[in-house]
Design a protein around this ligand. Sequence first.
Ligand code: G6P
Length: 485
Amino acid sequence: MAYSVLVAANRGPLSYALAADGTLTARRGGGGLVSGLSAALARQPDALWVCAALSEADREAVRQGVSEPGVRMLDIDETVYDDAYNGIANSVLWFTHHHLYDVPTAPVFDAEFRRHWDSYVVYNRAFARALAQEAAEGAAVLVQDYHLALVPGELRELRPDLRISHFTHTPWASRDFLDMLPDDVRAQLMWGMLGADVVGFHTSAWAHAFMEGARLDDERGTAAPCFPAGTGGERYVEKGPAGPGRGHRRTDVAVYALGVDGDELRALAHRLEVNDKLAALRAEVGDRRTIVRVDRTELSKNIVRGLLAYRELLTTRPEWRGRVVHLASAYPSRQDLEVYRAYTQSVRELAARINEEFGSQDWQPVLLSVQDDFARSLAAYRLADVALVNPVRDGMNLVAKEIPVVSDGGCALVLSTGAGAYGELREDALTVNPFDVSDTAQALHEALGMPAAERAERTKRLAAAATALPPSAWFEAQLSALRGP
Ligand code: G6P
């Protein structure tokens, strides 16, 4: 069967676990991209999701021919995959787009980097080849994220008949950070992206950063030419790379701010399992106020400065001691990378230190959970008086949108200016500079003391903004833009 709608993403809607007796069981994949796309694709019965086998169990499933309808998992050589995913996508592109480098020591672009980059090219070509095989004439192909930045360019070469989009779920790097990449690598990246008919971002800030990067390479003559044809509004135009015999193609740069499906989320948050977890949390928290955060243990989420702000709150505003609990869920992510393991450790240590410093017999100031437990997270959302979302830089951040929709009594949102969601939610949030711990502590204090009526009003408006473009509408808007009139 040839498909007319195809999605490509590194992570698939499910991944497999291999039991000791050799049986394979499927589990839902994690992260914002997967939840948004799964919801959107549930309404597209004839679509194909092309993803990578992420683990030995996934590879075993592919070898045994185990699969789910609408999913094609690619069994990419383990070393190639590791170099591409850990070596380039998570260590270079993620760090570049989120501005995470500690510049005196990183990045280092050496022979090992070149080996990883070659693998990244091979991995992207494997996706392009699979998509080219599966797509019907003139099909729409929606490529996701920084893992697959070269796919549009590669696929365009193989199948010029296709309509191709690329959506970036992260920020796009500023010029200064993009400029750190070796010239040829940056040019190849832009070539890949500009192979798409439409390049999408969560916010106009990231779209503008992308266009600025494209112009930079154009000015220097290091890239295939891109000719900016206008900016402003929510839709922009770039001329894509000129290839032999292809002329200047046009690439639209567009903004689609992903939101949440309010009805579905509320239904999920009121399942029995969540009610049970809520009762358990309530018993632990008592009648104290709650500050809630839920993140992957991820450097860009700024969990350590969040804890420092909480500590400063307890130090400078002793009236909150014993009257507040910080429910911090930081579930494991990318633990193959040493820098993530070290970060996870510093989160644990700081939470323990705060509990030692301020805790008493009947009060534990921080309840840190490091389990990937969606039901518990939803229970924490419902209990939230204050939501803390303070990333240094984040493509969107769906947690900032989910908590106001789900919280039982309304919540005050403390939101970083670095989150993509800042653009849509800032008027009703208490906004903070993510690097300013004292500013964040002050915002937590104000949020905890916010009068109930004001909190309810703000929460209502936050929830309305958060649900403006639910996943299915977000996806369909992109699909119809791609198919054109
Ligand atoms: C972010 C990225 C996604 C990624 C997710 C989880 O949301 O935009 O592409 O899937 O993080 O990260 P992981 O490395 O576990 O897939």
